[in-house]
Design a protein around this ligand. Structure first.
Ligand code: VG1
Ligand code: CO
Length: 603
């Protein structure tokens, strides 16, 4: 069919944030909005990139997903793409999309358009999102997304094969379109099984036999909460293959709201695991996990995040990363590759700078294993460059483990965070600790984590989110802390001369995080204000880059407890952090400036 050129004019604000372009669904539904963005994206790709190429197009199934897939297919046809891979029903989890780009047919795809607003809720009144992942399977870097934005401000027309019929996305297989005049280049949409490539990859990374033996023990139990997200089918395929009795909680038990996997939103799992209230009947399961999925009615599914819970025991995401890193030897594919080469974490993830006070959490593990530790801005895209450092002429830093405090954990097996992979890591860690334990004496999650603290110390950690506050007020909070930084330095305070604050806190540094990518030397600045204390405690404040309206203020609060004092090590986190939380609220004036008495969410 013919390519149509449709006249259009720019929409404001098509600027991708932490993880792609996220806007209200109604904004995306304006005629031409999606088309403009896709045209700007296609125009920003290297010359010839799409000609004859295979492109992955899929999403998390939220409201608008299927219609957007059809439009993008028609635009791909107009730009010379030979084949589009779409997951059945237009669905692929974010990690599975990364996997399909990298692995399917040996990694022939040129990239993928992922329709997801991940942890933001979906629906006609909620959010929609779109991001592009490049050939390595990872999110596009800022150099590309900036260009897309630039082009979106100047766009005049977009190209589409408007006459191409919609594809039945429920039918797996090849849907081939031949030009009626014959001989013209053909275009096809291949609807693929969304779990096939991903499950095969997991089976190659982990020792499924060892996991099967663990999961068959009468004293072992696992519960996985897919939170109505796309994780469900992947979990069924994987844990089904492992013969695990997957306690599938009926979805009706979950209230709608927000797809973050955390103790607030995964309330049913928290209850089942004995963290809140009385669990119904018997001991809670040994290992519990949730992926990010979503609210009940407005399906949105992404499955890149994970939450790990033990029996009556919550594992902070920063601890989860540190524990996985400390167990690299127990993870088969890492062992096969001769062990880890590097570790990375986003700046707000538990750690801080090791040169001040003690190095912490994952930093301590890196120190002990003698591995380089990279501290990157928030968002997954920065990890990809490190993993592909050899392609850019640097030292090979893969295999690399990385993570974020926001329930994101992953490694160089793909280029996205990966919720189910993290659960398999934890199952592998339990398998490793329980090779010889007698029945009834299974080493559980709590024991693994407390052993870790006894060796490395513990980072008490919490995050306060103030969602959808006035944008000017949010800016003012950041400005205040910047100004505080200037006067702090002006007065000559610093690491060797800390400033004594209320409650005896000694402030050693205030700075604003900026990152110079060690591989391609690009820089990213204004990534959050950090207050570092002489005892190694830390307060970080930054504004979210994934919201669709207003601003979200995130305050990250962390205190390090060295090993040795058993009582202090096992203290209640809320109590242990209270003075520092009070200080953070006081210094930021977040209550006064936003008019919010309490945060929207505490994790
Ligand atoms: C948040 C998290 C960040 C994460 C991002 C995407 O970003 O803090 O760690 O990478 O969401 O996660 P921000 O800018 O709102 O703080 V997902 O699961 O929504 O792709
Ligand atoms: Co997500």
């Amino acid at each position: 069919s013919e390519v149509t050129r449709v006249a259009t004019s720019p929409f404001e604000g098509q600027k991708p944030g932490t993880s792609g372009l996220r806007k209200k669904t109604s904004v995306f539904l304006q005629p031409g909005y999606l088309e403009n963005f896709i045209q700007s994206l296609f125009d920003s790709l290297p010359d010839g990139e799409l000609r004859g190429a295979t492109l992955v197009v899929s999403g998390d199934g939220r409201y608008g997903n299927a219609a957007a897939v059809q439009i993008i297919c028609k635009m791909a046809a107009a730009h010379g793409v030979a084949r589009v891979w779409v997951g059945r029903d237009g669905l692929l989890s974010t990690p599975a999309a990364s996997c399909v780009i990298r692995e399917r047919e040996g990694g022939v795809a040129c990239g993928g358009v992922i329709l997801s607003a991940s942890h933001n809720p979906g629906g006609p009144d909620a959010d929609f999102g779109i991001k592009y992942n490049v050939r390595n399977g990872g999110p596009a870097l800022e150099s590309l997304t900036e260009e897309v934005y630039e082009r979106s401000t100047q766009i005049r027309e977009y190209a589409i094969v408007a006459g191409l019929p919609d594809v039945d996305l429920s039918l797996e297989g090849r849907h081939v379109f031949v030009d009626e005049k014959g001989g013209a280049p053909h275009f096809e949409v291949e609807v693929i099984d969304p779990t096939e490539d991903y499950v095969a990859l997991m089976a190659s990374l982990f020792d499924f036999d060892a996991l099967r033996s663990l999961l068959r023990r009468p004293d072992m139990s696992l519960v996985f909460d897919g939170m109505h997200g796309v994780a469900g089918p992947y979990a069924r395929a994987i844990f089904g293959a492992l013969g695990a009795l997957l306690n599938c909680i009926p979805s009706e038990d979950f209230g709608g709201g927000h797809p973050d996997p955390n103790l607030t939103y995964a309330a049913a799992l928290a209850k089942l695991m004995g963290l809140t209230g009385q669990p119904a009947g018997g001991e809670p399961p040994v290992l519990g996990a949730a992926a990010d999925g979503d609210d009940r009615l407005q399906r949105g599914r992404d499955a890149d995040r994970n939450m790990i819970v033990g029996r009556r025991f919550f594992v902070t995401p920063s601890d989860s990363l540190a524990v996985i890193a400390a167990h690299a030897h127990a993870l088969p594919w890492l062992a096969r590759q001769g062990g880890l080469r590097a570790l990375a974490r986003s700046m707000p993830t538990s750690g801080g700078r090791p040169r001040l006070g003690e190095g912490r959490a994952v930093d301590r593990v890196a120190e002990e294993l003698g591995l380089p530790l990279f501290e990157t801005p928030t968002g997954w895209k920065y990890f990809g460059n490190l993993m592909d450092s050899h392609l850019l002429g640097g030292a090979d830093l893969s295999p690399l483990l990385c993570g974020e405090e926001s329930f994101g954990t992953g490694s160089s097996h793909i280029r996205e965070k990966d919720g189910l992979w993290a659960v398999l890591c934890w199952a592998s860690i339990l398998a490793h600790h329980n090779v010889d334990t007698p029945e009834g004496q299974l080493v559980g999650v709590e024991e693994v984590v407390t052993q870790h603290w006894r060796r490395f110390g513990r980072n008490f950690y919490t995050r306060y989110d103030y969602e959808n506050v006035d944008a000017a007020a949010a800016e003012e909070i950041v400005e205040r802390l910047r100004a505080m930084g200037s006067s702090f330095r002006g007065a000559g305070y610093g690491p060797s001369e800390p400033q004594l604050l209320q409650d005896g806190f000694a402030l050693a540094t205030i700075d604003e995080f900026s990152y110079r990518d060690p591989v391609d030397s690009s820089t990213t600045s204004q990534q959050g204000v950090r207050l570092l204390f002489a005892d190694g405690s830390r307060i970080v404040l930054r504004l979210s880059g994934t919201g669709s309206v207003g601003a979200t203020v995130r305050i990250y609060i962390e205190r390090y407890q060295p090993p040795g004092d058993e009582y202090a090590l096992l203290a209640n986190a809320t109590d242990a952090l209270r003075p520092l939380v009070d200080l953070a609220l006081h210094l930021s004036q977040v209550r006064e400036l936003t008019g919010r008495e309490a945060p929207t969410v505490i994790t």
